[in-house]
Design a binder for this molecule. Structure first.
Ligand code: SAH
Length: 545
């Protein structure tokens, strides 16, 4: 199922959904609930609580060696969703394997989070529950899996969330708390009226009891607000506070509440499994915690990782070829001609470039931009001259486009003696590997200007300036029409560079496609600008001739 793509990358069911046929052959209790679809595939009816329970118990047994019992009249957890949350907690506390201490608020009859966390990661758990039936089952489930050393189930009064549970222990610092709160404010919500997100099995289970289990005064919003208020008292007693949400619309008011209360670290995520979406919120009072990026930001970052590109349509290629032979190109293919023209422009711009090996019928250039010569041409040069007059030496690059910075070109060249200032666009690379950044990230509630600029960069659209504004096409065209400074960059500044990228030229259905892949540097907006400049220059030569 498409949504499984956004399951947590470590979720064992991400690319490997449970094999119902195999499980049915191995577990007779489960077999009763497996039917054959019209297409001949083994299927389970998720509307039947018995079938859901059988699947959950079977998966816990088969994949985690856990034996649990759960009554039909209490919430039956689904394993892939619970795993998504466990893996996100791992990301938050950055420690899947070390012994960690957590609290599960409202552990349910299954006691599923503590059982999974203890089995998978050896985590210690304090599991709280208000409901007698749930408490009894949870206690039994812990005992029968021999996990009493790791998991302690406690019965708490309804009014309490974290405060009372922690009253007796004043010393211990917990690494996290997690909670799958009662989602609904009233019976109507629980029955799915006015809600696309009915997470519970059909109303039968709602009516058969377990009211505290799925309903709380004010629904999940109020429930989580109470946890927030407890956290404001407990602060650093827990490194991370977290909570799952059944409704996306709960996120904004809760984040607003955290912001209002001045909570320094806040993040959220979404859990996708099959057709079910859930959200989760986490906050911390520690400055040194790793803050995994929320998924929306990750998606933007992924987009930013895509190369910039432009296409030179087939009809104009003849003119480009003529233009290329005028500048001395001997190559005969459209790719060769476009590459020759690009090389000419790059030389004029004093952008260092070097051909590198690539696939047949393609050309690849490794670019090192050392000086911004492609935007505000006239103004930039005036400024540059002024700087040279006033300063004995060009200043160190610090994130503006007006500086001169030079480095050696070519892949595999030694790193510059002082690397360019670490930019937010590099921070994202850490993220892109699927692991949380090791840098304590900026709190999401207090977005910095730099972060905002990064958010605003849409690498797929036309070039934008560093402030996140669209580059005025006229300005870039003006810049393109001026002849940029001639001559290679001054060797006196051979220490720094603005950015490095790989430029590929290839044929795509008769058109020529130019792609620019970011390698490293100060700011991807600079590559964006250069890309627009190159595109304008090439297209201009087509329209002029
Ligand atoms: N964690 C389980 C159960 C979630 S349902 C799972 O994910 O499957 C929510 C649970 O919270 C119910 O079992 C309910 O009885 C319990 N609960 C409700 N209010 C509570 C409170 N104030 N403190 C602790 N548990 C509470």
């Amino acid at each position: 199922m498409a949504l499984n793509k956004s399951m947590h990358p470590r979720n064992r069911y991400k690319d490997k959904p449970p094999d119902f046929a195999y499980l049915a052959s191995k577990y007779p209790d489960f077999q009763q609930h497996v039917h054959t679809s019209l297409a001949g595939r083994p299927v389970v009816n998720f509307k039947e609580p018995e079938a859901v329970r059988a699947l959950t118990c079977t998966l816990l047994k088969e994949d985690f060696g856990l034996t649990i019992e759960i009554p039909l009249e209490r919430l039956i957890p689904t394993v892939p969703l619970r795993l998504n949350y466990i893996h996100w907690v791992e990301d938050l506390i950055d420690g899947q394997k070390q012994p960690r201490r957590g609290i599960d608020i409202g552990t349910g009859a299954s006691c599923i989070y503590p059982l999974l966390g203890a089995t998978m990661n050896g985590w210690y758990f304090l599991a709280t529950e208000v409901d007698d039936i749930c408490f009894d089952y949870a206690t039994k489930n812990v005992e029968q899996n021999n996990l009493s050393d790791l998991v302690k189930v406690v019965k708490v009064p309804q009014k309490t969330l974290l405060m009372d549970a922690l009253k007796e222990e004043t010393e211990i610092v917990y690494d996290f708390c997690m909670c799958n709160p009662p989602f609904f404010a009233n019976q109507l919500e629980a029955k799915g009226v006015n809600s696309r997100n009915s997470r519970r099995p059909p109303p039968s289970s709602v009516n058969t009891g377990g009211v505290t289990e799925i309903m709380a005064e004010g629904g999940e919003l109020e429930f989580v607000k109470r946890i927030i208020h407890d956290s404001l008292q407990l602060k650093k007693r827990l490194r991370w506070y977290s909570c799952m949400l059944g409704k996306k619309c709960s996120l904004t008011p809760l984040k607003e509440e955290l912001r209002k209360q001045g909570v320094p670290k806040v993040t959220h995520t979404e859990f996708c499994q099959g057709r079910t979406m859930r959200w989760a919120l986490a906050w911390s009072f520690y400055d040194d915690v790793i803050v995994p990026s929320p998924p929306s930001k990750k998606r933007k970052l992924e987009r930013a990782r895509k190369p910039l590109s432009f296409t030179l349509p087939e009809p104009g290629l003849k003119e480009l070829k003529a233009k290329a032979s005028a500048v001395g190109s001997t190559g005969c293919s459209a790719v060769d001609c476009v590459t020759a023209l690009l090389e000419k422009t790059l030389t004029d711009l004093r952008v260092l470039h070097k051909r590198v090996p690539c696939r047949k019928q393609e050309q690849s250039l490794f670019l090192t931009a050392v000086e911004n010569t492609w935007i505000h041409g006239r103004q930039k040069r005036r400024e540059h001259k002024r700087q040279l007059r006033e300063l004995p030496r060009a200043p160190h690059c610090a994130g503006t486009t007006s500086q001169t910075a030079v480095a050696t070109a070519g892949p595999g060249s030694p790193p510059p003696t002082s690397p360019p200032k670490r930019s937010s666009s590099q921070d994202e690379d850490t993220e892109n590997k699927g692991t949380p950044s090791n840098e304590p990230s900026k709190e999401e509630t207090q977005t910095t200007a730099g972060e905002q600029a990064l958010e605003d960069v849409d690498m797929e659209s036309s070039a934008r300036t560093e402030t996140g504004q669209e580059t005025d096409p006229k300005e870039t065209a003006d810049a393109a029409s001026e002849s940029p400074p001639k001559g290679p960059p001054s060797p006196s500044a051979l220490e720094h560079f603005l950015f490095k990228c790989l430029l590929n030229v290839m044929l795509e259905e008769g058109d020529v496609l130019v792609e620019m892949h970011w390698v490293e540097g100060q700011n991807k907006d600079l590559m964006n600008q250069l890309c627009t400049y190159l595109k304008n220059t090439l297209l201009k030569s087509v329209t002029k001739s």
